[in-house]
Design a binder for this molecule. Sequence first.
Ligand code: DQA
Length: 143
Amino acid sequence: MKKVLVINGPNLNLLGEREPDVYGKLTLESINGEMEELAKELKLDLEFFQSNHEGEMVDRIGSAKKSFAAIVINPAAYTHTSVAIRDAVSACGIPVIEVHLSNIYGREEFRQKSLIAPVAKGQISGFGKESYLLALRAVSKII
Ligand code: DQA
């Protein structure tokens, strides 16, 4: 079974209680649970990683190729600031799908630019938890 690494960046551990009007009321655990269910159907094996630390995310992206066929990542605030994560994505050698719960293009100006998108395989933004599920479906088609 092909393995997919699901990476969530800073503050996404607080989903459910964090700005529920923007990000919804689901916890990260319940989104991960729904991804697991879909993954069974798609015959994918998922591993989840959440971190509030840029360097830890860079490390996981950089070593992913050894074990994973693709990455689904919500880089959260680092989307808009991190050249280090962009470079890691660009160098990692496997397809990376960028996801966002909210539509970053409909929000504050500073969120409307993604440093990751130009080096990702694609981006899905604005569908809440469905963004993650759509990303998984995309992954299953391209790997
Ligand atoms: C987010 C959007 C980012 O701008 C924000 O910093 C997040 C979450 C999203 O999923 O909508 O933490 O990536």
